[in-house]
Structure formats: structure tokens, C-alpha cells
Design a protein around this ligand. Sequence first.
Ligand SMILES: [Zn+2]
Ligand SMILES: [Zn+2]
Length: 333
Amino acid sequence: MQACILRSPARIETNPLELAEVPKPLPTGKQVLVRVSACAVCRTDLHVIEGELAPRKSPITPGHQVVGIIEAAGEGAKLHPIGTRVGIAWLHSTDGACEYCRAKKENLCDHPTFTGYTVDGGYAEYALAEEDFVYPIPHGFADLHAAPLLCAGIIGFRSLRLSAIGRGGRLGLYGFGAAAHVAIQVARYWGAEVYACTRDERHQKLALELGAVWAGGTIAEPPHKLDSAIIFAPAGEIVPAALKALKKGGTLALGGIHMSEIPPLDYDLLYQERIVRSVANNTREDGHDFLRIAAEIPIQTEYEVFPLSEANRALNALKNDAIRGAAVLKVHG
Ligand SMILES: [Zn+2]
Ligand SMILES: [Zn+2]
């Protein structure tokens, strides 16, 4: 089969992903083999490729927002019939036994594996997944629409939960890429007012189209104090600006897996019981809850399609803020 492989981390400008012919994987145990229809591109893929996340497998096939059809299953896999359309997300497996798993915090598992990072992902014609960790895709979503829901959507949803935004609350979104363009739709469904802070004017425009009441630059101060905010951009220098925009007792959630250094903070920005917390991975419950609500709304994803052979180009565009919504690789028709 064809797969994009990364032999060693390098800047995306050097087009380090190589389209190669590799053996089609064989499912064993509780694994399923998924024939990939679409795989959305995530900023985390960029962090894996550029080495901001320490390499864990080499070569590696990135991609953790995979939609496809189960074509085969290991001898122990019984949950989904062959032919089921499923999604594969970032959390590939957990040990199910550590203190975090036992406390229903499997997103913090001590021994997790991650799709497209510690095991091969979906920038390929086929991918393996554990049957317990795939998500049946609601019927209303076409493959290309569904792919960005699997990380941008699910992590955006967990970020919303951790930001403690409530009905009628004011929410700031910092960075307006794939995750924010889904999160805003959930936030509005919950009756929140959304303020978008993003450097790119096209992204500001998209935010307004999706119902933001205000859009401005990354460190521009929104016209009202915010109850909650989420930073999706990987830029630590946004943290003081976002804290400054928060009401007393407000929560700032950091939605990215990697962030540049946070500058020294004036304690006044944090005082008055403001909370800063990161968002790490997601539980399967987050995923199932999100897909249910996504179908209920229903979420409209904006995406730009690239063929598998142009994964490097898609990632370069993502790095340059040149994608409206999400970039999605179309693999099988
Ligand atoms: Zn665990
Ligand atoms: Zn992701």
C-alpha cells in the first residue's frame, strides 16, 4: 500500500514526508484494519514532523483523524462488523490499569499509545486501530466532513468542557483554525457568546461567518471581559493577553499539545482566582459525547482537500495559516 512516511524530523518547508510503498498491515488480536477514506491534518502532525514532540517511532506515518471502513479484523475483535465506517483518533490505546485509567481519566494514562506518533497513522491507504478505540461515524457526515471532527472536534470539545463555559457566558477563542471553527459551533449551540482573537484576517472573517460576535487580532482586547477562554494557537506569548481579557474567577484552557515558552506573568493577571489549565488528549467518553452532539447540531466543517501525495503541501499551508477550517487528505474515493 501507499503511505506517507517520515524518516526523521525536519522542518516542513523541506517536504520531509515521502510517499512510499509499504506492506499493508495485518490486524491481530483486537485490532481492526481500516481502509482509509480520509485523514484530516492536525497541528500535532506538524509538531511530530518538525520534532517538537520527541520522536517515538521511526519511520512513522502521521495522521490521527482517520475515517474509513473496517476491512478486516483480528481473531479477538468482535465489536464492529466488517464494513462499519469508523473514525480513528489520537488516543490509540491505554493500559486500562494505571491509577488514571481506573479513575476515568484515561486521557492521562501512564502507558498510552498515540495514532500517528507512537504507532503508524492515517496518512496511508490502510491503518490499524484497536476495536475499543474506534468511533462509529454518525450517518449525517460524509467522510471528508467527518475527519476533522476526530481531533480538532474532540479536543476542541474537551477544551470547551475544561474552560467551564456555560450558557450565556462569554468565551474567547485564541487562534481560529480547525479546532476553533468546530468549537465555536458547539459553544453557540450552548448559548455562549464567542470572541475570536486571531492574527489572520481570513480566520477573523470565518469566525464572524460562524457567529462570533467580535473578531480581532491575537492580543487585541475584546470589548467585554470573558468568562472563559481557550488558546488553540501554539504561542505562549498569548497567555498574558488572554488572562488580561478574563473576568475574575475565569478559566483559561490551553488546547495544544505543544506551546512555545510562556513569558513571565504578572501575578495580578492570575490573582482573583483565575485558572490556567492545559488540555491533554481526550477520553473516549469525550469522543462519543462530542460525536453525538456534533450530529445533533449538526456541525458544519469547512475543509480544503488534498490528495495523499500532497500531504507536505497541506502541512505547509497549515503552518502558514492558509487553510480555511481544516485540511483533509482524500485517500480512497
Ligand atoms: Zn492507564
Ligand atoms: Zn490532533
